[in-house]
Ligand binder design. Structure first.
Ligand SMILES: Nc1nc2c(ncn2[C@@H]2O[C@H](COP(=O)(O)OP(=O)(O)OP(=O)(O)O)[C@@H](O)[C@H]2O)c(=O)[nH]1
Ligand SMILES: [Mg+2]
Length: 375
C-alpha cells in the first residue's frame, strides 16, 4: 500500500526464472521518475511521449543496459528489463532513488491452492508441467475441494472419499511439476552408461572412455522427457572397487538408486544379459520403476527373442527413441485438462489424511483437515 499521491514502483512479474521482467511505476510522477533513469534512443523524454508509446533506450544506473519502456495511461510506465534478479533490483533501486515508493503488487483475492499454483508457475520448466499448474491456478483443485466439502457437509463420506481418491491419483504428477522425475542409469563399469546418457540428452555431457571406472561421480543433468521435467543421472559402474575414489563413486551411485523414480538397468548386449548386476540393483532401487536395457547392440548378434531387455546403441542411435518412450511409459499419466491435482507435499498429506477420515466415517474430521486448503 502507498499513500495517496505517491508514485509507486513494484515488480509486476512473478518471482522465478524468466527472460524478461516487468517493473511498474504508477502515480503522478511516474514519467518524470523514469526520465531520471532512462536515456531514450529517440532522445524524446518519456514524459513527452504519447500514452501507449513503446520506447527502446538505456538504463543509466545499470551501465546503460538496453531495455524497453512503455507508457500506460493515465499515469503509469512499465519498464521491461532483463529477467535476472540483479537487473530487476537495479531498476527498482534507481526508481526508488528517483523518488518512487517501493510497493508490493495488490494481492488478488484467490483461493489458497490457486495462489500457490500461480506462485509455482514461474518455476515450471516445461509447457506440459506449466499447463497442469495453470489449471490449478485457474481453480481446478479448488473446485474439486469445494465439491468434496459440499459432500462432506451432507455427510456423504463415500462420495467425498472417491473424489479425494481421484485427486490423490494425480498427486505423483502434481509433485513432479517443478521437482524433476529422477531417472538413474546404472550398470557394471564400461557397459556404456555415459554414452547412453549422452545419447538421451542429445549432447556430450559425460566423459566416455574405453576403460572401466571412468565415471566416478554422479553426473546429473536436467532435461525433459515427454514434456515432464527429468533429472537424468549417469553413475559410476557398480562393482566391488578396490580404489577408494571409485568405491566412493559406487556408494554415491547406490544412494542415487535408492532415491530414483526410474532406474535404467544397463548391461552389455547381446553378451551374457546382465547377469552380474541384479544384486546391485536390488540393493539400491527400492521403490523405483526398472527398465532393463541392453547396450552396444550395433556389435555382435541381435538379442535373443526371449531377452526382455530393450536393445539400444548409443553409437547408431538404435533404440534411443524407444527408451525415451519406455521412460515416459512408466511415469504416471497426466491429469485430464482442467482436472484438480495437488502439487505440494503438504497438500497431499492433508488430502490423504482427510481421505482416511472419510473412510472412518468422520466427515467433520475430514472437513477440518481440508479447510485450510479451501478458505
Ligand atoms: N560399439 C559401441 N560402443 C559403445 C557404445 N556405447 C559405448 N561404447 C563404448 O564403450 C566404452 C565405454 O563407454 P562408457 O559410456 O564410458 O561406459 P560407462 O558405462 O559409462 O563406463 P564407466 O563410467 O567406466 O562405468 C567406450 O569405449 C564407448 O565408446 C555403443 O553403443 N556401441
Ligand atoms: Mg561412465
Amino acid at each position: 500500500m502507498t499513500a495517496a499521491g505517491a508514485t509507486a514502483v513494484c515488480v509486476l512479474t512473478p518471482p522465478g526464472r524468466g527472460a524478461v521482467a516487468v517493473v511498474g511505476v504508477a502515480g503522478p510522477r511516474a514519467a518524470e521518475a523514469v526520465d531520471a533513469c532512462f536515456l531514450p534512443a529517440s532522445g524524446v523524454k518519456v514524459s513527452d511521449q504519447p500514452p501507449g508509446a513503446i520506447r527502446l533506450g538505456r538504463w543509466l544506473a545499470r551501465d546503460g543496459e538496453e531495455l524497453i519502456v512503455v507508457r500506460r495511461p493515465p499515469d503509469a510506465v512499465e519498464v521491461h528489463c532483463h529477467g535476472g534478479d540483479a537487473a530487476v533490483r537495479g531498476v527498482v533501486r534507481a526508481l526508488a532513488a528517483a523518488g518512487c515508493v517501493e510497493a508490493e503488487p495488490t494481492p488478488q483475492a484467490s483461493p489458497p491452492t490457486a495462489a500457490a499454483a500461480l506462485a509455482m508457475l514461474g518455476q515450471a520448466t516445461t509447457l506440459r508441467a506449466a499447463a497442469v499448474l495453470w489449471d490449478q491456478a485457474e481453480g481446478a483443485l479448488d473446485r474439486a475441494l469445494r465439491g468434496v466439502r459440499d459432500r462432506l457437509d451432507r455427510g456423504e463420506c463415500d462420495a467425498a472419499g472417491a473424489a479425494l481418491d481421484r485427486l490423490l491419483r494425480h498427486a505423483p504428477v502434481g509433485l513432479h511439476l517443478v521437482h524433476p522425475w529422477r531417472v538413474v542409469i546404472a550398470g557394471s563399469p564400461n557397459v556404456g552408461k555415459s554414452s547412453l546418457a549422452n545419447a538421451l540428452l542429445g549432447y556430450e555431457r559425460s566423459v566416455v572412455f574405453d576403460q572401466p571406472g571412468t565415471t566416478r561421480d554422479v553426473v546429473a543433468s536436467r532435461t525433459a522427457i515427454d514434456g515432464w521435467p527429468v533429472e537424468l543421472s549417469d553413475t559410476a559402474g557398480l562393482r566391488d572397487a578396490t580404489d577408494a575414489v571409485e568405491r566412493e563413486g559406487v556408494s554415491l551411485a547406490i544412494e542415487r538408486l535408492r532415491r530414483a523414480d526410474v532406474v535404467i538397468e544397463l548391461s552389455e548386449g547381446p553378451g551374457e544379459g546382465g547377469a552380474g548386476e541384479g544384486a546391485w540393483f536390488d540393493a539400491g532401487a527400492s521403490g523405483a520403476r526398472r527398465i532393463a536395457v541392453a547396450s552396444k547392440c550395433d556389435t555382435g548378434p541381435p538379442l535373443a527373442a526371449e531377452d526382455p531387455r530393450l536393445a539400444t546403441s548409443a553409437r547408431t542411435g538404435q533404440g534411443i527413441d524407444a527408451l525415451l518412450r519406455a521412460i515416459a511409459g512408466v511415469l504416471p499419466a497426466a491429469p485430464p485438462a482442467g482436472e484438480g491435482a495437488p502439487f505440494e507435499a503438504a497438500m497431499v498429506d492433508r488430502i490423504d489424511s482427510a481421505r482416511r477420515r472419510c473412510g472412518a466415517g468422520d466427515p467433520q474430521g475430514a472437513l477440518r483437515l481440508l479447510a485450510p486448503l479451501i478458505d
